[in-house]
Design a protein around this ligand. Structure first.
Ligand code: AMP
Length: 282
């Protein structure tokens, strides 16, 4: 695996390989890699000659400075895991390399209602930061295919929008959420859970299963109230439990019995904010 830290070096490498007809698959991450990330590398393999992974903890997408400061960094282990997974290129830029003109946003990305619901509502500015870094990374790497996780469902919807607008020839792949044996969605933030919190954390996945099992045509407002209670009874501080249309992420309060839906949860256990989702009916 080749490691690049500078934009000009990786660009030179990519350009030379694209001229040779090589297809570039890109997996952007913030590091502290786990099998969920590695499943994206695996997915990239069958669609790419060269798999590029980036590790960059993007300051502009953290609305909470404490969350940014405490974001886990395990770079040596990450390099080892990427090598083992058969990743070809790791892009490991500094903040300066990504934001040479400073971190103040110079452009606004039009995301419509996606920006004001769910994580957009609870993490103001988060998706602008995500778009800022992804626009920059995609311009640097110029991939043919982009692989991202369903774990961050709203992020996938936002990225699909950005890609359609700014990178129309780029193919977007949303890859399945990888889970621990008990069902907890794998996340870099899980490292920060203490033993008791880790045991309780699975309640998020269980609550999603509860929503899946009990969703029937008609209003689901009461069902959501019961789901919130399942979490608050277990010491979660809930940001949201919502059910939206899976294709457009429109929040609603009832189901027609036909349309694919997605149930989404964000909740804190202590200081750690966890998110998860499930396409329902599953
Ligand atoms: P992050 O490092 O958290 O920014 O995540 C980098 C990429 O990995 C994003 O596309 C995430 O959606 C994806 N990802 C994170 N957790 C998982 C998981 N448990 N299963 C599949 N993909 C994941």
């Amino acid at each position: 695996m080749i490691i690049f830290k500078q934009v000009k070096d990786i660009q030179e490498y990519i350009e030379a390989n694209k001229l040779k007809g090589q297809k570039i698959g890109f997996v952007p991450t913030m590091g502290a890699l786990h099998p969920g990330h590695l499943s994206l590398i695996e997915a990239a393999r069958s669609h790419s000659n060269i798999i590029v992974c980036s590790i960059f903890v993007n300051p502009t997408q953290f609305n909470d400075p404490k969350d940014f400061e405490k974001y886990p960094i395990t770079i040596e282990q990450d390099i080892y895991l990427l090598e083992k997974a058969g990743c070809n290129v790791l892009f490991l830029p500094s903040v300066n390399e990504i934001y040479p003109a400073g971190m103040t946003a110079t452009s606004h990305f039009e995301l419509g209602f996606l920006e004001t619901i769910l994580d957009g509502k609870y993490r103001p500015g988060h998706f602008q930061g995500v778009c800022q870094v992804m626009d920059r990374l995609l311009n640097i790497i110029q991939p043919d295919n982009l692989f991202m996780g369903q774990k961050d469902y709203q992020q996938c919807m936002v990225l699909k929008m950005l890609v359609a607008k700014n990178f129309p020839s780029l193919q977007f792949f949303m890859c399945a959420t990888q889970r621990e044996a008990d069902g907890l969605a794998m996340s870099s933030r899980n490292i920060r859970l203490n033993r008791d919190e880790r045991q309780v954390a699975v309640k998020i996945a269980e609550t999603l299963q509860f929503l899946n099992k009990n969703l029937v045509p008609g209003s689901f407002t009461d069902l959501k109230v019961r789901a919130v209670k399942m979490l608050t009874d277990n010491n979660f501080k809930v940001d949201y439990v919502e059910i939206a249309t899976a294709n457009t992420l429109q929040l609603t309060e009832s189901w027609d019995g036909k349309e694919p839906m997605v149930a989404l949860i964000a909740a804190f256990l202590g200081e750690v904010r966890l998110i998860d989702n499930l396409i329902i009916p599953a």
